[in-house]
Ligand binder design. Sequence first.
Ligand code: M6R
Length: 365
Amino acid sequence: SKAGYEHFMLKEIHEQPKGITDTLEKRLDEKGFIKLDDIRLTKEQLEDISKVYVVACGTAYHAGLVGRYAIEKFVKIPVEVEIASEFRYRDPFVDDKTLVIIVSQSGETLDTLAALRHAKKKGARILSITNVVGSSIARESDDVFYTWAGPEIAVASTKAYTTQIVSFYMIALYMALKLGRMDEKEYKRIIEEIKLTSGKVQQIIDQDSKLVEIAKAIMDRQHGFFLGRGLDYNTAMEGSLKMKEVSYIHTEAFAAGELKHGSIALIEEGTPVIGIASQENLFEKIVSNMKEVKARGAFVVAIAQEGNTEVEKVADMVFYIPKVDSLLASILTVVPLQLIAYHVAVLKGCDVDKPRNLAKSVTVE
Ligand code: M6R
């Protein structure tokens, strides 16, 4: 049931603080270490891994992009992220030293399942991140990490995404500690930071009325853009997908630095551009990209960390997320974008939970 919410999508956005807490805290032992009951990878097997592929579709693919960042940073193993429908037709180099991480909320996406089988045949070890116990992908994997998001009904994926990101951080921390590539202090610090994201997501949700105002300002537009750098580029991609999927506004995500290599030609008077500016080390850069589009007439909406008021000089509207370690900002930055997409869809009278042409789980090629 929708438990009093107007749509499943809204209910599921609101369930994210709980999903984050459940996924993380139920897996911490008394001493605060991550215990992963369904992952049997030994230290020796981990040492043997020379490469990781993350394979998924849609929103799960976007979570994989964040996962790459976490694994490369903590575990220091090269990671490639690939769309499932591309992966298996490319004949990727996969062998018994490859770990393939499959991400799928439903555990039933056909292309993702086929990619899993393809990689398995080539000798890879398969670790899946899924939300559905006993799903095909869970059953065919060597190791499973369940996101404890609870059932996701709305076609647009929201709580699965944030819990997938948390799962990736946990897997990366777990591997890094096991392999001795991260000291315990840093490991514990990051876990504490992840714990705090749950309350911070709640703080974002509590400011929903500001997001309604942003939605009203852009809802009549035909096109729009999302800009970001580093982890914020991944969020831009996810924000863009949400907007297209539920509100039918054509949006595109750009790595902000790529803009002047062609796409900036699309900016006209009033074109909405949502710039995500959560990464401390890239803050000045993204602000200058916002300035560039503003100078060409764009209507700029910025998503920034509290205190970084400098964005107000370049943005027409600003939404502040609570202060957070840049490393973990992806868990937060997506939430305002989910809510903006949701409100635009509602304001336009779209069928939010069942957008046209879409199915919750894509079990055809
Ligand atoms: O169940 P899965 O995670 O395998 O589904 C993958 C995609 O079909 C899914 O994320 C899709 O992109 C969503 N509709 C996005 O909101």
